[in-house]
Design a protein around this ligand. Structure first.
Ligand code: ADP
Length: 429
């Protein structure tokens, strides 16, 4: 099946076309036919596509909305110009898988999109007012472009965390706020945490019940998840993706009293403070320079700038603190798994986070850590009782696979048994 994976934003559309089916999932040899991003939708949009043979094409087009962008994309995929021989017309795209940010308490797993499901996603808009409306636009545009009969599947950022117990998801605020407004912790990046957990399990040939890990997704957004018996039992993000670790531009955990104080002292509305905590804080806020970790590390080595240094220190300290807390919450773990742009590519940040964690039994192998850049494998030494791994995430692949599983009527079977997937067969790019 050729599955189009879509992640619709306010002015962008991220996409991948993946050839997969149950057999390919079992063999771990799904094939990415193309991936790319349409940016600046609403004006002269920029389209960047990476094709299977490693070529990158960039062009521009006047695209007014998501619908126009999707029409343009599908026309391009089906054209000779794309070189995607598997798709000669739109009917060669067999399903669409959507990343949907918030599934609230309604959606505990990926699901085929019906009118009822669409209504449920709309009901979750209150919880993710910036994201769910765009995801809905992507779904409606797909219905228009491909017709109502083409199967579409929603894969939620939140659903992997539905197994978190009440004592971990409830905030200690008046209980009626939870009942009335569903105010609780939900967690995000679920597709990524689930993907790397499954991959870890496959690499080590473990059963789900034997899989006890702490996953650290460190990208622009950052989150940590405690996974016991293959299930999420706690995670650092909360009602929204603002809670928890220090991120590129988000503060992560702060004292809630700070909101009122900043509003009063700076003459801002609470909405403006919310925006400040989401877009002006984190690495950018402390360093005053950038949210880009690569640039910060370069700056640290070139200039040893004090604010850059402290930004990195706060980032790593917070991550270490969550590792310690989760080890306590889950009664110990077998491994820490690093993923996301920073987690996959920065041996320096990984080493800083692990510094001082020797008491947990964790020993990094410096050479392995340095070599593991954009690769998959163990970075702890063989005598380390708490292992450390780097596993590049692949959320789109998981969305494509869930799309297939849901359409074939096996929505509960999200997991590939370890024995079937223990070879480290790599997906073809
Ligand atoms: P997103 O969360 O938007 O998907 P990514 O997962 O791509 O983002 O992560 C982006 C972050 O990863 C940026 O801070 C970027 O600087 C960082 N990053 C990418 N490569 C490296 C590297 N080699 N060293 C340090 N940080 C890196």
């Amino acid at each position: 099946m050729n599955v189009l994976v879509l992640n619709s934003g306010s002015s962008s559309l991220k996409f991948q076309l993946i050839a997969t089916d149950l057999g390919r999932i079992t063999q771990n040899n799904d094939e990415r036919l193309c991936r790319g991003l349409i940016e600046r939708i609403g004006g002269e949009a920029i389209i960047a596509v990476h094709t299977r043979n490693g070529l990158t094409q960039k062009f521009t087009a006047s695209l007014s909305d998501i619908l126009g962008s999707l029409e343009y994309l599908v026309r391009w995929i089906a054209s000779d110009e794309s070189g995607i021989t598997e798709v000669g017309s739109p009917s060669d795209i067999h399903a669409v898988g959507h990343r949907v940010v918030h599934g609230g308490e309604l959606f505990t797993e990926s699901t085929v999109i019906t009118d009822e499901v669409l209504q449920g996603i709309e009901e979750c808009i209150d919880l993710a007012p910036l994201h769910n409306p765009n995801n809905i636009k992507g779904i409606l545009a797909s219905r228009q472009v491909f017709g109502p009969k083409l199967p579409q599947v929603a894969v939620f950022d939140t659903s992997f965390h539905h197994s978190i117990p009440e004592h971990a998801y409830l905030y200690a605020v008046p209980y009626h706020l939870y009942r009335r407004h569903h105010i609780r912790r939900y967690g995000f990046h679920g597709t990524s945490h689930r993907y790397v957990t499954d991959r870890y399990r496959a690499l080590r040939a473990l059963t789900e019940e034997q899989t006890h890990v702490i996953t650290l997704h460190l990208g622009n957004g950052c989150s940590a998840t405690a996974i016991r018996g293959g299930r999420s039992v706690d995670t650092s993000m909360g009602l929204t993706p603002l809670e928890g670790l220090v991120m590129g531009t988000r503060s992560g955990d702060i004292d809630p009293a700070i909101v009122n104080l900043i509003a009063t002292k700076e003459g801002l509305s609470t909405h403006e403070v919310d925006a400040l905590l989401n877009t002006q804080s984190g690495l950018l806020g402390i360093s005053g320079l950038t949210n880009d970790m690569r640039v910060l590390l370069q700056e640290l080595s070139d200039q040893d700038d004090r604010r850059v240094r402290i930004a990195i220190e706060v980032f790593c300290y917070r991550a270490r603190k969550y590792v310690g807390a989760f080890l306590a919450c889950m009664g110990g773990a077998d491994a820490i798994v690093f993923t996301g742009g920073i987690g996959e590519n920065s041996p320096d940040i990984r080493a800083r986070i692990c510094e001082g964690l020797e008491w947990t039994g964790l020993r990094l192998d410096d050479n392995k850590n340095k070599q593991m850049v954009g690769l998959e494998g163990q970075i702890s030494s063989d005598d380390s009782s708490l292992r450390a791994f780097v596993i590049p995430t692949d959320e789109e692949l998981l969305i494509a696979r869930d799309t297939v599983r849901c359409i074939l009527g096996e929505p509960g079977k999200h997991r590939v048994p370890a024995a079937e997937n223990s070879g480290v067969g790599e997906m073809k790019h």
